[in-house]
Design a protein around this ligand. Structure first.
Ligand code: DC
Length: 238
């Protein structure tokens, strides 16, 4: 019998892990949670409230404001997910370069991470979720039944992000700028003190540089089938 499990998908930025996580969640009827969207939303709030001075953020002001930053993730039309900040749909804005440029700085703050992790753990209480991020298999759900670590070369990832921006009609950035943003985020994400991006020891690695989307979807579905079959029954609540 198949049991509800937690699926943790971690990896570098622009590996297409959100797309594959979303597809899997839809296929198997699980909830999908994009934790990057949560860090992006906090960053948007900090930007819009004048908390940035160049590359530095007013930590005291942001920490004091955290209780006022209410993030809601909702399922939108056609399997899309929509992110809300205090009731306002910010899905488009959190994907802009303005936010992408600063999000690693906010995601490196311990008090922000602790607050996001607490909310993410609450979302996974009843299992049946696919969560994607950087620290899901290592910090948020170290006991997740299935952990995937996705990687691809920086050039391939920059090309994907560049195509995505162009697809949305954004012609304000060059490929070189996107590549720089990707490598810079990798550097900050892997070297930060608080929960750096690293592969969990028991994670299955997927390098999708040369895989098609249907190929990786199929691969992921097979990993899920195996993990769900061998998952231990959940302890009965008293
Ligand atoms: O996956 P993404 O590109 O939307 O993530 C945005 C940023 O948030 C990225 O710099 C890494 C950070 N992040 C994180 O530190 N921990 C997570 N669980 C998810 C994202």
């Amino acid at each position: 019998m198949k049991r509800k499990i937690i699926i943790a998908i971690d990896g570098f930025s622009s590996t297409g892990k959100s797309t594959m996580a979303k597809t899997l969640a839809r296929t198997i009827g699980y909830a999908y949670i994009d934790t990057g969207a949560m860090y992006r939303t906090v960053t948007l709030y900090a930007l819009d409230h004048g908390m940035f001075d160049g590359e530095s953020v007013d930590e005291a002001a942001l920490e004091a404001a955290l209780p006022n930053i209410v993030i809601t993730l909702k399922a939108g039309a056609e399997g899309r997910t929509e992110t809300y900040l205090n009731g306002e749909n910010v899905e488009q804005e959190i994907r802009s370069m303005r936010v992408s440029d600063k999000v690693s700085i906010v995601a490196a703050l311990g008090f922000v991470r602790r607050d996001m992790v607490r909310q993410q753990q609450a979302m996974g209480k009843r299992k049946g979720i696919v969560m994607d991020g950087r620290d899901i298999g290592t910090v948020v759900f170290p006991k997740a039944e299935l952990k995937i670590f996705v990687t691809a070369s920086a050039e391939v990832r920059a090309q994907r992000r560049f195509d995505e921006l162009r697809g949305k009609g954004d012609t304000s950035v060059t490929f070189e700028e996107v590549l720089h943003n990707v490598t810079e985020r990798d550097r900050i994400d892997t070297t930060r003190e608080e929960s750096p991006l690293r592969q969990a020891e028991d994670a299955i690695v997927l390098d999708n540089s040369f895989m098609t989307i249907p190929e990786q979807d199929q691969w992921l579905l097979e990993q899920y089938e195996k993990a769900a079959k061998s998952a231990k029954p959940a302890k009965k609540a008293k």
